[in-house]
Design a binder for this molecule. Sequence first.
Ligand SMILES: *[C@@H]1O[C@H](CO)[C@@H](O)[C@H](O)[C@H]1NC(C)=O
Ligand SMILES: *[C@@H]1O[C@H](CO)[C@@H](O)[C@H](O)[C@H]1NC(C)=O
Ligand SMILES: *[C@@H]1O[C@H](CO)[C@@H](O)[C@H](O)[C@H]1NC(C)=O
Ligand SMILES: *[C@@H]1O[C@H](CO)[C@@H](O)[C@H](O)[C@H]1NC(C)=O
Length: 536
Amino acid sequence: MCYFLGAMPLQCVSGIFVLYSLCLLSFSPHCDGGNILVYPVDGSHWINMKILLQELHTRGHNISVIRSSTSWYIPEESPLYTSITIEMDEDVEDFFDVFLQEHLRAQRDGTSLLTFFKLTKGFLSMIARAHLLWSDATNQILNNKTLVKSLKDSQYDLVLVDPAIAPGVVLAKHLKLPLVLNVRWITSGEGHFVLAPSPLSYIPVPGSGSTDNMSFFQRVKNMFFYSLVLFQEKFLVGPIYDAMCDKYIEGGCNIVSLLQEADIWLFRSDFVFDFPRPTMPNAVYIGGFQCKPAQPLPADLEDFVQSAGEHGVIIMSLGTLVNTLPKEVTEEIASVFAKMPQKVIWKHKGEQPSTLGNNTLIVDWMPQKDLLGHPQIKVFVAHGGTNGVQEAIYHGVPVLGIPLFFDQYDNLLRLQERGAAKIIHLADVNGDTFEEGIKEVLYKDSYRQNMHRLSRLHKDQPLAPMDKAVFWVEYVIRNKGAAQLRTGAYKMPWYSYHSLDVLLFLISSTTLIFFSIIVMVRYLCYRRRNTKPKQS
Ligand SMILES: *[C@@H]1O[C@H](CO)[C@@H](O)[C@H](O)[C@H]1NC(C)=O
Ligand SMILES: *[C@@H]1O[C@H](CO)[C@@H](O)[C@H](O)[C@H]1NC(C)=O
Ligand SMILES: *[C@@H]1O[C@H](CO)[C@@H](O)[C@H](O)[C@H]1NC(C)=O
Ligand SMILES: *[C@@H]1O[C@H](CO)[C@@H](O)[C@H](O)[C@H]1NC(C)=O
């Protein structure tokens, strides 16, 4: 079968891929409906957690979700799950919005070292606040004897947690249940850094903006960014969880060691997207698990897309967090779009740009996945959120990236390194750069070819990422954990982990032997010299 793949159109390959995964699944051992407790993170993280829950629900598992009373995205009533709501006074969205606006403004003004520190400080204090809010909320659960008892009585098989905000990890430990993580980000930084050996010489720390091929100064920068991660872990986020551990976990704990005790890490990444690096047997790569073949578009949208003819269509979306870019930016972008022969679909809220062309359709929402899978779409103008990037890879659409926050630059960088995307910084966006960028991605064939190659590689795996995710969740249910896949090495003291004690022992014993020999030789010589006169 594999011999034909090279010559087949993409749809066909994905068809085989689905069929193949179905065959495999029907051979995997059966697992009766499990009982799963889910501790998600709100916002865009919930979008992909929900897709996983939908699949688990379809396969007959019973799901309970912990949510806050002020949740943005997670409804109380759902056919997928029963919810456990905890009261929260403060709305995370409030301070999040303020931070985002400040961040955008600072980026437009240009990034000096000072703005970098200001932004980093803002980011870190926002993160710490979110952790504090959620740990307080989780304390409400742990303090409530009736609630804890009912959680224990529910006989959950496992706890599924998104550990970007991680009180769920403490809760799982308290309830003594197996833990599965749906993860890319942990409490401080990227998950791999506490999971597997991560030499800073070739593994770029997110935020550093480097690839896996770093010059000396980039490696210095990488080390600096890693020290920020450690600072966050030791001084900002760690203490919040330490307090929970002291109170609710016998013998105490810390958040990193709890994460390291997780049974399975369902990683929202893979090595088509990310750079190669060491990993562990309990890491399961499910990057792109949310992607599905495109569904037909609504009739009016289909008409619009078809009306573009041979020129094709550009789509633009900057994600769920940003409603409005600075006005001068949207004006310039709109005027560039107006000049293009393509049609444009632009997800944009807020004031309509005055320079809008009649080829540009502004929408509040668009079926992004289905558009990306439409053969008429030529370029995706995106902010580089993980979901969008994975969908672009899956459907093979080249990207013009305008990164705004967080991991977005690093995500886009991974595509740019493979020649499948071009990045323009928000500070540099104006009519000229935007026009040049979009024409380059549209008309230079290499972008499309490289993205198609990534798409082919992504689909060429033995089991679809979603099936992998479900398999391993059910594996943990069947086997009551996956302890045999987890190394105990995390518990070693650092000097043993790096074999420094062994080195010290070997060096000192070699030195000792060496000096003993010298001393012995000198003693013998001395004796011989001393005895010589007697002989003569
Ligand atoms: C404890 O939890 C139960 C069940 O969810 C709830 O009815 C009760 O109000 C909670 N008690 C307190 C003090 O929050
Ligand atoms: C599903 O879980 C909820 C909460 O633990 C429980 O009340 C319900 O009985 C369970 N349903 C099934 C079918 O197991
Ligand atoms: C890393 O980058 C240097 C300089 O940019 C280049 O000469 C070298 O070939 C690269 N190494 C790899 C493994 O790509
Ligand atoms: C759209 O605008 C272009 C140039 O501004 C013009 O040539 C064209 O006729 C317009 N098309 C429609 C349908 O209004």
